[in-house]
Design a protein around this ligand. Structure first.
Ligand SMILES: CC(C)(COP(=O)(O)OP(=O)(O)OC[C@H]1O[C@@H](n2cnc3c(N)ncnc32)[C@H](O)[C@@H]1OP(=O)(O)O)[C@@H](O)C(=O)NCCC(=O)NCCS
Length: 393
């Protein structure tokens, strides 16, 4: 068995059949291959690894070059995708071998963190990943926002096809990358495919800048307005986009929109009827997962106060004993020598770093063990703070 890195152009002959069999209805139509090949220019910067035997690809994995905000610090991030193996080669450790090589390479190339959407969380838990929130889906009638229809807001919304909205939409997402915990974007090469997005983009502007954006389509007259993530830089951006949706009264029956898990739509109006759902199911609708890949690269992360020594056993990337402190509001990371007050798995530490579990939950989830002295500093160093990843890959 040979493990090797391949170019984007080689993906069509090697990874395409594996991925199509794994993720698409099959047998697939002949034209799918040409469509896939045509998209490969957007994967020029992606790192692709395959396991090959006698010239035949049996498994493949890829890492998209991305960036992610973790508690206010932006890191290079490996977005793991295209994970698949041939049914006759499954359960032989091929994907384990590939994924370990991939994460090693991405770490060496500067990625401090990694994220993915799992087909089943327990599979990636074996590689040190931990779950973060999945987006919520809000469904409501536009008339619920009637109070906004005539509101005099300082700004306006323009509806554009993506090819015309792309630059402003992309700029807003890159601004949100610097401002929102968990937010992740692709590099320029991969992002360029969004130019071909066939949806509308509502761009909200106020005070001469873009303050909100929403990608959407309308399925039929009287039907659903189906929107992707509600993106905004502040309350005015959100109000402008909601006002725009309100103006679709009597044109569409419902708005169905993706939201971050900390959004509370029932507060958008009085008598406002809304259903907000977080749907998690496998293999298609898994919650995203994340993990830290490099401890020292986390120095400088905005954190609370406290000092603690932790031990992470048996992890190639972040294993060891570490002294963590945050007295000046920034995390300082140093090799530790004192007796650890906490023993954490890579997933347990990542859960604290990303703010999704508190130290007691880390223990109850089986992701670590704490001494009494460890609970307080880990609680104050890593206050709960829900990430919103936005990017879907
Ligand atoms: C999921 C898939 C990629 C696994 O590939 P594989 O080559 O069988 O994986 P490996 O043999 O390297 O298994 C790695 C580990 O995961 C475990 N594992 C394998 N399949 C699993 C499953 N369905 N659920 C939980 N654990 C699983 C193995 O036991 C092994 O554990 P260990 O190394 O700790 O002993 C493959 O089954 C596949 O292509 N499925 C369809 C496509 C898919 O769902 N891809 C993932 C998209 S996120």
């Amino acid at each position: 068995m040979e493990f090797r890195q391949i170019t984007a152009a080689e993906r069509t002959a090697t990874m395409f059949p594996l991925q199509s069999y794994a993720f698409m209805p099959s047998p697939w139509p002949d034209e799918d291959e040409a469509t896939y090949a045509g998209r490969m220019r957007f994967f020029e910067t992606t790192v692709n690894l395959i396991a090959e035997e006698e010239g035949r690809a049996l498994a493949g994995v890829a890492a998209l070059r991305m960036q992610q905000n973790v508690r206010g610090m932006v890191h290079d991030m490996a977005g793991v995708a295209s994970v698949s193996s041939h049914p006759s080669a499954r359960r032989q450790g091929l994907v384990r071998g590939l994924l370990e090589r991939l994460l090693r390479q991405m770490r060496e190339e500067g990625c401090a963190v990694t994220a993915l959407y799992p087909f089943r969380s327990s599979f990636y838990a074996r590689f040190g990943y931990v779950g973060i929130p999945r987006h919520r889906i809000a469904t409501f009638k536009p008339e619920g926002l009637a109070h906004l229809v005539r509101a005099d807001l300082p700004g306006e919304v323009e509806r554009l096809p993506m090819r015309d909205a792309f630059d402003e939409w992309d700029k807003l997402t890159r601004r949100l990358l610097t401002e929102r915990h968990g937010f992740a974007v692709y590099d320029e090469t991969r992002t360029a495919e969004f130019r071909d997005d066939k949806r509308w983009v509502a761009i909200a502007r106020s005070g001469g800048e873009v303050v909100g954006a929403l990608r959407y389509r309308i399925d039929q007259y009287g039907g659903d307005l189906v929107a992707s993530d509600l993106l905004y830089s502040g309350p005015m951006g959100r109000a402008l986009i909601l006002q725009y949706l309100a103006r679709h009264v009597d044109q569409v029956g419902r708005v169905v929109m993706l939201l971050s898990s900390d959004e509370v739509p029932e507060l958008w109006g009085t008598d406002f009827e809304v259903t907000t759902e977080g749907r998690v199911s496998f293999p298609r609708n898994g919650s995203p997962m994340v993990r830290a890949l490099n401890m020292t690269a986390l120095s400088g992360t905005p954190v609370g106060s406290g000092a603690v020594t932790i031990h992470i056993p048996d992890d190639e990337f972040i294993g060891g004993t570490w002294h963590l402190s945050g007295d000046d509001g920034r995390l300082s990371v140093a090799k530790g020598s004192a007796t650890p007050q906490a023993t954490l798995t890579a997933a347990g530490f990542s859960a604290l770093l990303y703010g999704v579990l508190d130290p007691v939950e880390v223990v109850t989830r089986g992701l670590g063990e704490l001494t009494n002295e460890g609970v307080q500093p880990l609680t104050t160093l890593f206050p709960r703070q829900m990430p919103y990843i936005f990017a879907d890959f």
